[in-house]
Design a protein around this ligand. Structure first.
Ligand code: G6P
Length: 454
C-alpha cells in the first residue's frame, strides 16, 4: 500500500497531544494516522530564519517532520495572509480582511520552502494529503518540483460564494492552485457547490458535475464532513465524570444547571453575541437567575493577530459587565476562562452540562458540537444549542438551531433547553447521537483516502 504523507501547518507532535486549543484538524487525524505515516509541517516555533531541513520526532510509529519558521515568514505567512486575509474572508468577515501583496508573497514563499524541504523525503508512489487554508498552493509547489504522485487537499474551514471570494485580490491564483490537486474536499455540500461555482467563474477551466477539467487533468471535488472518535470520546466522558476534578465542579454548582461553551478565543465563534444572549436570558427570564451558570472556556489563540487582541479586551469587558450586573454574593453567572483545559477534563464537563452552547457566526464544521453530543449520558442528556452557520448544523438537525446574530434567539433557546422535559431531551439526543456515531473521524479519513487512491 502507498505511504500516506500528511501535510498541515500545525503538527500534533506527540508531547503536545491533547491540548484543547489544537482545533478540529489535529484532533480528528491524530487518532487515525497509521504507523508508517509521515506527517510534515510547521514546528510551531519562530526563529531568525525559516529552516531548510526538518527536525524529526517519532511517536506511535508515525514520523513527524517539522520546520521552524523565520520571524518575517511567520508575520507574512501565518499572522498575515493566512490569518488576517484568508481566515476572515473564508468566515464571511470581509470587514476584518487585511490584504497586502507582501503577505501574499510571503505565503507563497513559505509554501515553496515547505515543498523544498518535503521533496527529498517523498517517494514516487506516496499519497500526499494536504490540510487547510495555510497550504492551498502546496500541490502546485510540489508539482513544480517534479512530484507526479497523488495529492489531495481538505479545507477544514468554510468556502465562500463567488461574490465574497472575489474581494480577495489573488482569488484566481488560489482557485487555480486548488486545481493542481487530484482531490479537493470540503466539510459540506454548500461549500462544495460554492467551490465549483467559483472554479467555473474564476479559472477558465470546465466544470463537469463535481469535477474540474484543467489542461490535461481532472480534479475531483467532494463533500466529506469531518467527525470524531465518538465511542472513544463517550468513554472518556463517562470515566472523567467520576474524577475528583468533576466532583469539584459539581460541588461548586450546588445543584444549579451548567451551560458550557469551549473553543479557541476567535471572532468566528460569536462570543460577544453569546454573552449578550446569556445576559438576555437572565434579564428576560429572571427565574433562571441563581439556577444556571455558564462556563465559557475560550482558549487564547493567534495572539499576534490584532483582531484577537481586540476581541479579548472586549470579552474581558463584557464578562465583567454581566457578572457585575447579575452576580449575587453566592452566585456568579458567568465563569470565563482563557486557559486551555485538557480534553479529558473537557469531556467530563460536557457530560455533566445541561446545555452545550455552540454558536459560531460561521464554522467549517465545529467538532465541539459533536463532542458534546457524544459525551452525554443517554438516560439524562443535556441539550445542544447550535448555530445554523456551523457546518455541523447540516447533520445535527435535532439540536436547537439558532441564528447566532440574534441574542434573543440564543436566550430563548437557553430558556427552552432549561425547561425541556426529559422525554424530549432523550428523543433529540438519540437522533443526534446516531449522527455523531455514524460520521466518525475514521469514516472521514477512509473516505478521503479512498477518493485520493481512486
Ligand atoms: C482551526 C484551523 C486549523 C488550525 C486551528 C488552530 O481549527 O482550521 O487549521 O490549526 O484552528 O489555529 P492555529 O492558528 O493555532 O493553528
Amino acid at each position: 500500500m502507498a505511504r500516506l504523507v500528511v501535510v498541515s501547518n500545525r503538527v500534533p507532535l506527540p508531547r503536545t497531544k491533547g491540548a484543547a486549543s489544537a482545533g478540529g484538524l489535529a484532533v480528528a487525524l491524530q487518532s487515525f494516522v497509521a504507523p508508517g505515516t509521515l506527517w510534515f509541517g510547521w514546528s510551531g516555533r519562530v526563529m531568525e530564519r525559516t529552516a531548510t531541513k526538518p527536525r524529526f520526532v517519532e511517536g506511535g510509529g508515525v514520523t513527524y517532520a517539522t520546520l521552524d519558521l523565520g520571524a518575517e515568514d511567520y508575520d507574512r505567512f501565518y499572522v498575515g495572509f493566512a490569518n488576517s486575509a484568508l481566515w476572515p474572508l473564508l468566515h464571511f468577515r470581509l470587514g476584518l480582511m487585511r490584504y497586502t501583496r507582501e503577505d501574499f508573497d510571503g505565503y507563497l514563499a513559505v509554501n515553496a520552502a515547505f515543498a523544498d524541504a518535503l521533496m527529498p523525503m517523498l517517494r514516487p508512489d506516496d499519497m500526499v494529503w494536504v490540510h487547510d487554508y495555510h497550504l492551498i498552493p502546496f500541490a502546485a509547489a510540489l508539482r513544480a518540483r517534479g512530484f507526479a504522485g497523488r495529492i489531495g487537499f481538505f479545507l477544514h474551514i468554510p468556502f465562500v460564494p463567488a461574490s465574497v471570494l472575489e474581494a480577495l485580490p489573488p482569488a484566481r491564483d488560489l482557485l487555480r492552485a486548488l486545481c493542481a490537486y487530484d482531490v479537493v474536499g470540503f466539510q459540506t455540500r454548500t461549500h462544495l457547490a460554492d467551490f465549483l461555482d467559483c472554479a467555473r467563474r474564476f479559472t477558465g477551466f470546465t466544470v463537469e458535475g463535481e469535477e474540474v477539467l484543467t489542461d490535461g487533468r481532472r480534479v475531483r471535488a467532494i463533500a466529506n464532513p469531518i467527525g470524531i472518535d465518538a465511542a472513544g470520546f463517550a468513554r472518556m466522558a463517562a470515566r472523567s465524570a467520576g474524577t475528583a476534578y468533576i466532583q469539584r465542579m459539581r460541588e461548586s454548582l450546588v445543584g444549579r444547571a451548567l451551560a458550557i461553551s469551549a473553543e479557541r478565543l476567535d471572532y468566528s465563534k460569536g462570543l460577544p453575541n453569546r454573552f449578550e444572549g446569556f445576559a438576555r436570558l437572565l434579564a428576560r427570564f429572571p427565574n433562571q437567575q441563581r439556577r444556571v451558570s455558564l462556563l465559557q472556556i475560550a482558549a487564547r489563540s493567534r495572539e499576534d493577530v490584532e483582531e484577537y487582541q481586540t476581541l479579548r479586551r472586549e470579552l474581558d469587558r463584557l464578562a465583567g459587565d454581566i457578572n457585575g450586573r447579575f452576580s449575587q454574593f453566592d452566585w456568579v453567572p458567568l465563569r470565563y476562562m482563557t486557559q486551555t483545559v485538557a480534553r479529558t477534563k473537557l469531556a467530563g464537563l460536557f457530560r455533566i452540562a445541561r446545555i452545550g452552547l455552540v454558536t459560531p457566526l460561521r464554522d467549517g464544521m465545529n467538532l465541539v458540537a459533536k463532542e458534546f453530543v457524544a459525551a452525554q449520558d443517554p438516560a439524562d442528556p443535556g441539550v445542544l444549542i447550535l448555530s445554523r452557520f456551523a457546518g455541523a448544523a447540516e447533520e445535527l438537525t435535532e439540536a436547537l438551531l439558532v441564528n447566532p446574530y440574534d441574542p434573543d434567539e440564543i436566550a430563548e433557546a437557553m430558556q427552552a433547553a432549561l425547561e425541556m422535559p426529559l422525554e424530549e431531551r432523550q428523543a433529540r439526543h438519540a437522533v443526534l447521537r446516531k449522527a455523531v456515531f455514524e460520521v466518525t473521524s475514521a469514516r472521514y479519513c477512509n473516505t478521503f483516502v479512498d477518493a485520493l487512491a481512486a
